[in-house]
Design a protein around this ligand. Sequence first.
Ligand code: ZN
Length: 57
Amino acid sequence: MRRKGDLPTKTCQVCGLPFTWRKKWADVWDEVKYCSERCRRNRSKRSTDERGEDDTR
Ligand SMILES: [Zn+2]
């Protein structure tokens, strides 16, 4: 299905929600992976979590 003037969308890698192209991303759309700065920051938190090297259980 096509709509007039529909914009590209991506899925945020942190919160998993779809987000739509924005003007401010015009130059970096290929590199955009997160819906917001919050998610961008969350990601760096996560990457250390995944390794869990400092985490002793
Ligand atoms: Zn997000």
